[in-house]
Ligand binder design. Structure first.
Ligand SMILES: [Cu+2]
Length: 325
């Protein structure tokens, strides 16, 4: 019912506008004036409105940058993340400087050079100098930005993982699970064909390396120790996103992907800086189905001693198999 009323109001508003235009045309005919002709007075009003709207827009941009700044992510809590932040700050500064130079000019010029009966247009055919300037300067600047970006990407992605703690992150609609390799530091073999209700990760239970593996519902990491997350997806493409570490990687069925990084701040430290509610979380950043929004897993960064205590408490696969028997 409300929708019909809204549609009716919109329709009536359009009819009113058409009628008003018609009235002004009729008045114009009576006064022997062409109401469709654009006068200098009209241009002045429009130019002035353009100026006000443009400046209002700039004020709004500045206001929202200040007002909503706290919604941005805190400083990166990983080694490569700090470099990504430097790149991000550099790009944003460049964009904002250009934005704050060009936008006021755009609106001011449309006011300053508004239509005027006395003005005649300047006929400019071609200007090599101008062409050079607006081609070469952006080319140099953008090439610089691209090289900077590629270097940062290379440093973040091509990491020597020989000393990294390996952790498998397994994902399906709509849940994350993780597997630690246990004492031998080797993850046991797995195969999606072995997936059953009691073996949700499809782990090859014949494989001796799998015996001491530990399946967990939250991941603990040691501060300042490198880790490599190995991603495996059961069903569709998910995307593992750890915003505070600036980590993101697609999890693709049938394809192994990974991300290596070093956390630099413990959860306790972050709680002090960001408030007691702070938690590191792993989110899904690919719209993968109905409960996608609810996919998250807690990550905890702590000292070596705390980590050892936690890991010792987690059950190995053979423990679990024994309790089942
Ligand atoms: Cu997902």
């Amino acid at each position: 019912m409300t929708n019909i009323l809204i549609a009716l109001v919109v329709l009536l508003a359009i009819v009113t506008l058409v009628q008003l235009t018609r009235v002004s045309e009729l008045l114009g005919e009576l006064k022997k004036q062409d109401v469709n002709e654009v006068t200098d007075e009209d241009n002045k009003t429009q130019g002035f409105l353009m100026l006000i709207i443009g400046m209002g827009f700039l004020v709004f941009v500045i206001w929202q940058m200040i007002e909503w700044n706290h919604l941005l992510l805190p400083e990166a809590a990983s080694v490569h993340g700090q470099e990504i932040d430097v790149l991000m700050r550099f790009s944003m500064t460049l964009i904002l400087v250009v934005f704050f130079i060009v936008t006021p000019m755009l609106f001011y010029f449309s006011y300053r050079y508004r239509g005027n009966k006395q003005n005649t247009a300047y006929f400019l055919v071609h200007n090599n100098k101008l062409e050079f300037i607006w081609t070469i300067i952006p080319t140099i600047v953008l090439t610089g930005v691209i090289i900077f970006g590629l270097k940062t990407w290379d440093k973040a992605m091509n990491v020597d993982t020989s000393d990294s703690q390996e952790i498998e992150v397994f994902v399906k609609q709509f849940q994350w699970l993780a597997r630690f390799p246990g004492e031998d530091n080797i993850l046991g073999k797995s195969n999606f064909q072995l997936i059953t209700p009691t073996n949700v990760l499809g782990i090859d239970e014949e494989d001796l390396n799998a015996e001491d593996d530990k399946i967990v519902r939250e991941v603990h990491l040691v501060v300042n120790e490198p880790v490599v997350l190995k991603f495996r997806s059961q069903d569709v493409i998910h995307s593992a996103f750890l915003p505070h570490f600036r980590v993101q990687m697609n999890c693709v069925p049938g394809l192994s992907t990974q991300f290596a990084f070093t956390p630099t701040k413990t959860t306790a430290q972050m709680k002090k800086e960001e408030g007691e509610d702070f938690e590191y979380v792993l989110l899904c950043n690919k719209i993968c189905g109905a409960a996608h929004y609810n996919m998250q897993m807690r990550f905890v960064v702590e000292t070596q001693e705390e980590y050892d205590l936690w890991l010792a408490k987690q059950k190995t696969i053979s423990d679990k198999l024994l309790t089942q028997k």
